[in-house]
Design a binder for this molecule. Structure first.
Ligand SMILES: [Zn+2]
Ligand SMILES: [Zn+2]
Ligand SMILES: [Zn+2]
Length: 178
């Protein structure tokens, strides 16, 4: 999550906070809102909540199946998202076998946390990519930040670093006079 391109806004239908907020702190088993399976169980195969055992991303939208099916003559690797739509029954079976063999990923909810303060399911917000890179250090850019922490980070960085985009100032001249 967090600013690969820009942080996605909360989409009403896919806002996990409201349905799952409490679940994350209890031992109650949650139910998948899309296919109805319970935590610990497998999703229905086409469920959008299922994670891919090969890459860890959303099974319905990743390209891993391309590595595990026999491609029709003329079709190219890498071309693919659309190929999912017109996969033949034989290719579907190949892909399902590959998934079974690897081991499908049972449904468990792992909450999003603000990487700085630990807030559960912080709401997402939009930040231009350039700005995100300016304020968020490299290893944290794919993580979540809550709006309060992000605002704080901006404030202290702006206060501490003279704005001189494009080149680094020598350390001595960037010290604040006291
Ligand atoms: Zn499901
Ligand atoms: Zn995958
Ligand atoms: Zn925070």
């Amino acid at each position: 999550m967090g600013g690969e391109d820009s942080v996605r806004p909360v989409d009403g239908g896919f806002d996990q906070r409201s349905t799952w907020r409490l679940m994350a702190t209890t031992t109650r088993r949650a139910t998948c809102r899309d296919c109805g399976c319970r935590e610990g169980e497998l999703h229905e195969l086409a469920c959008f909540q299922e994670k891919c055992p090969f890459c860890g991303h959303q099974l319905q939208t990743c390209d891993c199946f391309m590595e595990h099916i026999t491609l029709r003559p003329g079709s190219r690797r890498g071309k693919s998202k659309a190929a999912l739509v017109d996969m033949t029954r034989a290719q579907e079976v190949e892909w399902e076998r590959a998934l079974e063999k690897k081991g499908r990923v049972p449904f468990i909810i792992y909450p999003n946390l603000c990487v700085r303060c630990g807030e559960l399911w912080p709401p997402m917000f939009m930040v231009p990519t350039e700005e995100w890179k300016r304020y968020v250090e490299p290893t944290k850019r794919r993580e979540m930040l809550c709006l309060r922490c992000y605002g704080w980070i901006k404030k202290v960085i702006d206060a501490g670093v003279p704005v001189q985009r494009g080149r680094l100032r020598p350390a001595a001249s960037s010290r604040r006079r006291t």
